[in-house]
Design a protein around this ligand. Structure first.
Ligand SMILES: CC(=O)SCCNC(=O)CCNC(=O)[C@H](O)C(C)(C)COP(=O)(O)OP(=O)(O)OC[C@H]1O[C@@H](n2cnc3c(N)ncnc32)[C@H](O)[C@@H]1OP(=O)(O)O
Ligand SMILES: O=C(O)CCC(=O)C(=O)O
Length: 385
């Protein structure tokens, strides 16, 4: 497995506004799209895949409105390998397009009803048109992970000949594991003729791992969505890929992570897909500590049980009292509340905390703890609600 060379520039192409909005039932208003685009741009995301102009006038107007914001990020649209789709993108004002074609035999036969030769000819036609309009082009290899890798290499050669800028390897159905993703992308990196982009889906829960594997194997562009929104089980989550690059790969990207939670909540609301409390990196409770040994460890030195500081992504730490608590965690909580008890009283209180937590199947609030300190033997009398 290769280390990620520090001289490589890895570009995030975030597709919250395209694949994210393709999530069944999700629609962003123009105002929401602008807020999301602005926030992504401000934190340093390099590219935004921002819509599908072929859908019609309203989508074109929203892409145009994003273009008019004058963001630093490159705006790119999704297009079939069809001249009229690309024309619609030009009409919307973007200077970069993803030109997508199904590349697996399954799709070529059973979706397009065509042949590999048709795919090559269609790509050629679309590229000639796009390049005659000076567009930056990523070739979108839909269903690449089920395609013949040598056919993909052939497509990159056609792409290079007609001026395409990169090839997007798509695990469209999210069927890959990181090891095979690595092997495929590595093969294309060594034998293909274009820089690579990876687009991974989460159907087997491996989108982020596969995105990282693709980068390790040589892809310089990676697709993400905020909260991992996207078709079916979603895409690789922006916040996960960025934090994994920093902490799993020792290769931080130039992204301001402090606004991840703000961005996550914005997209959660706009998509009507609230963010689960346990969502990796941005879930409200992913820095909550209840278990005795963990709480003790965190109180002594947070890095004992936290991979990074919660403030780095805009979260805060919660110390929770419940069934699994230990004496140090309880003592610390009491001290924060201005209560000082001897060790034997703390031990007794801890047993009461356990009983309450088990009986009511939850943790204890501060006022319940204070009530318990005042009335240590009256368990049912100290509980809220
Ligand atoms: C894996 C992905 O996420 S790819 C992105 C998919 N995103 C979307 O589909 C969302 C937006 N899509 C749309 O608004 C519409 O589907 C449109 C505007 C693109 C096309 O609409 P319609 O013309 O009504 O066609 P419809 O979607 O029903 O069918 C798709 C047609 O495009 C063809 N097609 C599909 N992909 C491609 C491609 N990459 N290149 C060329 N043709 C394609 C299909 O074979 C079918 O053609 P047919 O009519 O000859 O059978
Ligand atoms: O660019 C493409 O070809 C399709 C991208 C995509 O959304 C996918 O394959 O899942």
């Amino acid at each position: 497995m290769k280390a990620i060379d520090s001289t490589r520039t890895i570009v995030i192409d975030d597709t919250t506004l395209r694949d994210g909005e393709q999530t069944a039932g999700v629609v962003f208003s123009l105002e929401e799209k602008k807020q999301i685009a602005k926030a992504l741009d401000e934190i340093g995301v390099g590219e935004l895949e921002c819509g599908i102009p072929a859908m019609g006038r309203e989508e074109q107007a929203s892409v145009r409105a994003l273009v008019d914001m004058g963001l630093n990020a490159r705006l790119i649209t999704w297009n079939r390998a069809v001249v009229s789709d690309i024309q619609a993108s030009i009409h919307s004002g973007v200077k970069a397009v993803d030109i997508s074609l199904s590349v697996s035999d399954i799709h070529i036969e059973h979706k397009l009803g065509k042949s590999r030769d048709w795919v090559k000819a269609q790509l050629h036609r679309a590229l000639e048109f796009a390049k005659s309009h000076d567009l930056y082009v990523s070739i979108g290899g839909e269903d690449s992970s089920r395609a013949d890798l040598d056919f993909l290499c052939e497509l990159t050669e056609i792409g290079a000949e007609y001026g395409a800028d990169r090839f997007r390897y798509c695990d469209t159905l999210g069927l890959m594991d990181p090891f095979t993703t690595y092997d495929h992308v590595d093969y294309l990196h060594r034998n293909g003729a274009l820089p690579l982009e990876v687009h991974t889906h989460n159907d087997l829960g491996m989108a982020t791992a596969n995105a990282i594997a693709g980068i390790r194997a040589g892809a310089d562009f990676v697709n993400t969505t905020v909260n991992g929104l996207g078709e079916r089980a979603g895409n690789a989550a922006l916040e996960e890929v960025v934090m994994a690059m920093k902490y799993a790969c020792d290769r931080p990207l130039a992204i301001d992570t402090h606004r991840f939670v703000e961005l996550s909540r914005l997209v959660g609301q706009a998509s009507h897909r609230p963010v689960p409390e346990w969502k990796a990196v941005v879930g409200e409770k992913v820095f909550s500590h209840e278990s005795g040994l963990h709480a003790d460890g965190v109180l002594k030195y947070p890095k004992n049980y936290e991979g990074f500081d919660p403030s780095e992504v805009g979260l805060t730490r919660h110390m929770v009292l419940g069934k699994h608590s230990g004496g140090h965690g309880l003592q610390s909580r009491l001290q924060n509340l201005g209560v000082h008890l001897e060790a034997d009283k703390v031990n007794f209180l801890l047993q009461q905390v356990r009983s309450i937590s088990q009986k009511y199947k939850r943790s204890l609030a501060d006022d319940e703890l204070l009530n318990l300190v005042a009335h240590p033997t009256n368990i049912s009398g100290v509980i809220n609600g």
